[in-house]
Design a binder for this molecule. Structure first.
Ligand SMILES: Nc1ncnc2c1ncn2[C@@H]1O[C@H](COP(=O)(O)OP(=O)(O)O)[C@@H](O)[C@H]1O
Ligand SMILES: [Mg+2]
Length: 241
């Protein structure tokens, strides 16, 4: 069977081989394997199933058919309120399944930590494209519920200078918070700012230490982009809260 390169990744060379996907083995591969095995055992379809390691030392996962929203200019159904609520619902399922397990360590839950349209598979369930699963679990680990919810707000609302109407962004943030079931006074915007800070500093530190993926990201303008987004969120804090 032949390898077909898959588009939409910013870090890893990912290929499809038949009904499987092959990716470079992530750091903490054992933890990610245990997590995906656990989610499969729970009968949760929101993540690929782990199938081990291939003869080239690559991580093997099930290929999830559907549409991955990595490109700009997505269909209305993909960015609709209904899809956004469903993303929040999927995150809630992930958190509720992992709460109190050994995988959550001493934390509230297991967080995906990289929730974004580019890591989400959409399928037409009869009423248009809707999110059905998350991919790219490399950064998953013990965390707090609000961490993933804030990341969803940042990435799925597209918080940053490109937002035309901050009031509309605030409405969409409220939609995510309520669909997840997070309490209304949870410090979501502060957590978005914390994430953005962590993100650009992490890329910069990685690039300075010589990590090739971090260098590629920095050279493609990721640090400047996240910093501009962080500044925008800071400037519109009142309106977004
Ligand atoms: N399990 C999967 N099922 C279907 N497509 C996948 C799967 N894993 C990855 N892909 C495809 O490969 C692309 C890159 O994968 P990803 O794991 O997000 O890599 P990166 O770490 O570089 O972001 C995704 O945008 C998606 O199109
Ligand atoms: Mg990805």
């Amino acid at each position: 069977m032949t390898d077909t390169s898959l588009p939409g990744g910013a870090v890893n060379a990912v290929t499809r081989v038949g009904a499987t996907v092959r990716r470079p083995l992530p750091p903490r591969a054992g933890y990610i394997h245990d997590l995906l095995t656990f989610l499969a055992q729970q009968g949760w379809d929101g993540a690929p199933r782990p199938l081990g390691v291939d003869e080239h030392g690559r991580q093997v996962l099930t290929y999830l058919p559907g549409h991955v929203a990595w490109a700009p200019g997505q269909l209305a159904a993909v960015i609709s309120d209904a899809s956004l609520s469903r993303v929040a619902g999927l995150v809630r399922q992930l958190h509720d399944l992992t709460a109190g397990t050994h995988l959550a360590g001493g934390c509230e839950v297991v967080c995906h930590n990289d929730l974004a349209p580019k890591n989400t598979v959409y399928r037409d369930l009869g009423a248009g494209m809707r999110p059905v699963a998350f991919i790219d679990w490399d950064l998953a680990g013990p965390g707090e519920r609000i961490h993933d919810v804030a990341h969803v707000c940042w990435q799925f609302v597209g918080l940053g200078p490109a937002v035309a109407a901050p009031s509309e962004a605030a409405r969409r943030i409220g939609l995510i918070r309520d669909a997840y079931g997070l309490r209304r006074d949870a410090p979501l915007i502060e957590t978005v700012l914390w994430w953005q800070d962590r993100c650009w500093r992490g890329i910069e530190a990685g690039a300075r230490a010589g990590d090739p993926a971090a260098r590629r990201l920095r050279d493609a303008g990721a640090v400047d982009e996240v910093r501009a987004s962080q500044q925008w969120v800071c400037d519109h804090r009142e309106q977004l809260t």
